[in-house]
Design a protein around this ligand. Structure first.
Ligand SMILES: *[C@@H]1O[C@H](CO)[C@@H](O)[C@H](O)[C@H]1NC(C)=O
Ligand SMILES: *[C@@H]1O[C@H](CO)[C@@H](O)[C@H](O)[C@H]1NC(C)=O
Ligand SMILES: *[C@@H]1O[C@H](CO)[C@@H](O)[C@H](O)[C@H]1NC(C)=O
Ligand SMILES: *[C@@H]1O[C@H](CO)[C@@H](O)[C@H](O)[C@H]1NC(C)=O
Ligand SMILES: *[C@@H]1O[C@H](CO)[C@@H](O)[C@H](O)[C@H]1NC(C)=O
Ligand SMILES: *[C@@H]1O[C@H](CO)[C@@H](O)[C@H](O)[C@H]1NC(C)=O
Length: 225
C-alpha cells in the first residue's frame, strides 16, 4: 500500500528511485532468506522410506504413492510434522498394508502417534517402537502381528494409549515396571497372551481408565489390585 501511494505521485522521481531500490532489496532478501517452511528433514524421510520398503500393498489405489512422487515427507499421505519438519504422527489405518513393521520408525525422533490399525501387518512389534520415548499413542489393533512382546525397562516411556487388540501376540504380558506411569488405556484383547497379567501395571498407572484383556489365555486368577 505504501509503495503504491508513492508510485501514484507523478512528480517525485526521487521517491520512485527509493521505491525501486527498496523493492529490489525486498526481492533480494526474499531470495536469500526464503520463508522457512516445514519441509521434511532428510533423515526422517529415509526412516519413512525404509518403513515403506518393508510394506506390501493389497489395494492398488493406496500404495502410498505420494511417498514416492512428492519429495517433502511432511506432505505425504498419513504423515504430520511439527513446524521444524519433524514427523509427529503416522496415521495409516485401513490402507491394506501388509508386510512387516520396520524398526526404522525409531529413527523419527519426535513421533508421538502411530496408528496402523485395520491392516494386515505380520511379524512382530519391534521393541524399539514399543519403547519409543516420545510415543504416546500406539494403535496396531486389527492386524496379524505375532510373537512375544519383549520389553526391557530401558529408556523413557510415555505411552498413554496402547492398543494391541485383535492380533496374534503370545507369551506373557510384559510387566512395564516403573515405565507404566502415563498409561490411560490398554486394549490387549483378542490375542494369545497367557500367564498372570502383571497387576503391578494397575498400581503404577494412576491415570489408567480402560483395560481390556478379554479373549486371551490369561490365567483365571485376577489379582485384586
Ligand atoms: C493390482 O495391480 C497389479 C499389477 O499392477 C495387477 O496385477 C492386479 O490385478 C491389480 N489388482 C487389482 C485388484 O486391481
Ligand atoms: C526390512 O527390509 C529389509 C530389506 O529391505 C530387511 O533387511 C529387514 O530385515 C526388513 N525388516 C523387517 C522388520 O522385516
Ligand atoms: C486409529 O484409527 C482408527 C480408524 O480411523 C480409529 O478408529 C482409531 O480410533 C484410531 N486410534 C486412536 C488411538 O486414535
Ligand atoms: C530419559 O529422560 C531423562 C530426563 O528426562 C534424560 O536425561 C535421559 O537421557 C532420557 N533417556 C533416554 C534413553 O531417552
Ligand atoms: C484402540 O484402543 C484405544 C484405547 O481404548 C481407542 O482409543 C482406539 O479407538 C482403539 N482403536 C480402534 C481401531 O478401535
Ligand atoms: C478392545 O478391542 C476390541 C477389538 O479387538 C473391541 O471389541 C473392544 O471393544 C475393545 N475394548 C475396549 C474397552 O474398548
Amino acid at each position: 500500500m505504501i509503495l503504491f501511494s508513492h508510485l501514484e505521485q507523478p512528480n517525485s522521481g526521487k521517491s520512485s528511485l527509493h521505491v525501486f531500490v527498496l523493492s529490489y532489496l525486498i526481492l533480494l532478501v526474499l531470495l536469500l532468506f526464503p520463508i522457512p517452511h516445514d519441509s521434511c528433514s532428510p533423515s526422517e524421510r529415509d526412516s519413512l522410506l525404509q518403513f515403506r520398503s518393508n510394506l506390501t500393498f493389497s489395494f492398488n489405489n493406496s500404495r502410498l504413492s505420494s511417498w514416492v512422487t512428492i519429495d517433502d515427507c511432511c506432505k505425504w499421505e498419513g504423515i504430520s510434522c511439527d513446524g521444524n519438519g519433524l514427523v509427529t504422527e503416522i496415521s495409516l489405518p485401513i490402507k491394506g498394508l501388509g508386510g512387516s513393521l520396520s524398526s526404522s520408525l525409531a529413527g523419527l525422533s519426535h513421533l508421538t502417534q502411530l496408528n496402523l490399525s485395520y491392516n494386515q501387518l505380520t511379524g512382530n512389534l519391534p521393541t524399539e517402537i514399543l519403547l519409543y520415548p516420545s510415543l504416546f499413542v500406539l494403535d496396531v489393533s486389527f492386524n496379524s502381528l505375532s510373537g512375544k512382546l519383549s520389553m526391557s525397562p530401558l529408556g523413557n516411556f510415555s505411552l498413554q494409549v496402547l492398543n494391541l487388540s485383535s492380533n496374534s501376540f503370545t507369551g506373557p504380558f510384559p510387566s512395564l515396571g516403573s515405565l507404566a506411569g502415563f498409561l490411560t488405556a490398554i486394549n490387549a484383547s483378542n490375542n494369545g497372551f497367557f500367564g498372570l497379567f502383571p497387576s503391578s501395571i494397575c498400581g503404577l498407572s494412576p491415570l489408567l481408565s480402560t483395560m481390556d484383556l478379554s479373549h486371551n489365555q490369561f490365567s483365571l486368577d485376577i489379582p485384586p489390585d
